[in-house]
Design a protein around this ligand. Structure first.
Ligand SMILES: Cc1ncc(COP(=O)(O)O)c(C=O)c1O
Length: 309
């Protein structure tokens, strides 16, 4: 990880090395934290945060789903992020906000413990590799099942939920794959451990709805809008494993994964085994949008320094 000079914590910028916590911090023991993953991209107008407001609204909603009232508004957190990016002199970065129950009482109920909020930002490249972005990745159908709302709220980015994701990711990597695909408790396709899944069939774009235990991805929502703007039909429906194995094209979306083609699942080649034309079209449009080369969706970008007239 490439270190930055500062981290924002509870309203102040502090040195990166000083952003430490007590070993009896509640969240370390019980996963009582919620987080976000956001990216800021380099543009002709300086760094721009992609969908900052949507990410911070989702952070606050994640808090609600685990009975945590985050003591900042989405706008305050966006302003804090801008100040952090400026102080760290970053051109582009990955941004990691985290709200967690801190040091106080021990026990399952964190009521009364402080809610600490941090935002870190650092220079970060691709999540699944530039080779993966270009030529596609190999996935494993996970032996782990994506959690559902009777177990832990799947629409919530709680730190505790990510044991499920981490197990799926680690199993896939240990078996020689790049990434996992998880089924839900109904046996339907849910998503990747940190990505939403899209398939292309007969030129139509199909993805799984949130009631199939897929996180409501902000990148996924953007890709759907970009697809519609290109006249591509978009459908949300339940998918079974057979559907995705027989897809013409398959790809992941996510803040970390951006738009990553999938070329193989468990030794079964998807489509031609190369990123398909619709995947490539949407990937190109996505990168043009986040870097402000295409300005049709520039309202998705939050420029860190005021835009020049
Ligand atoms: C489980 C899961 N699904 C999907 C996504 C993609 O969501 P987004 O595009 O908002 O980053 C993420 C990443 O936040 C995730 O953790």
């Amino acid at each position: 990880m490439k270190q930055s000079p500062y981290i924002w914590k509870n309203g102040k910028l502090i040195d990166w090395e000083a952003a430490t916590t007590h070993v009896l911090t509640h969240a370390l023991h019980y996963g009582s934290g919620v987080f976000e993953g956001i990216r800021a991209y380099e543009t002709d107008q300086g760094p721009a945060i992609f969908h900052s407001d949507a990410h911070y609204k989702r952070l606050i909603q994640s808090g609600k789903l685990v009975y945590m009232d985050i003591p900042y508004t989405a706008d305050e957190l966006t302003q804090a992020t801008k100040a952090l990016i400026q102080a760290n002199e970053l051109k582009s970065c990955y941004i990691r906000p985290l709200a967690y129950y801190g040091y106080g009482e021990m026990g399952l109920n964190p009521e009364g413990n402080p809610i600490d909020v941090i935002i870190a930002a650092w220079e970060w490249g691709t999540y699944l590799g530039t080779e993966g972005l270009k030529n596609g990745i190999r996935c494993k159908m996970s032996s782990w099942t994506r959690l559902d709302s009777r177990i832990s709220p799947p629409l919530c980015k709680s730190t505790a939920n990510y044991l499920n994701s981490a197990l799926a990711k680690r199993e896939a990597v240990r078996c020689g794959y790049d990434e996992a695909i998880l089924l839900n408790t109904k046996g339907h396709v849910a998503e990747g451990p940190g990505e939403n899944l899209f398939m292309v069939k007969d030129k139509q774009l199909i993805t799984t709805p949130s009631y199939e235990s897929a996180l409501e991805g902000i990148t996924a929502r953007s890709i759907r809008e970009l697809a519609i703007s290109q006249g591509i039909e978009v459908t949300e429906r339940c998918l079974i494993r057979d559907d995705i194995l027989l897809a013409d094209e398959l790809f992941f979306t996510g803040t970390a994964a951006e738009v990553t083609p999938i070329r193989e699942i468990d030794g079964c080649v998807i489509g031609t085994g190369r990123p398909g034309p619709i995947t490539q079209q949407l990937q190109e449009l996505f990168f043009d949008t986040v870097s402000h080369r295409s300005q049709t969706f520039s309202h998705w970008l939050d420029f860190v320094t005021p835009v020049k007239a």
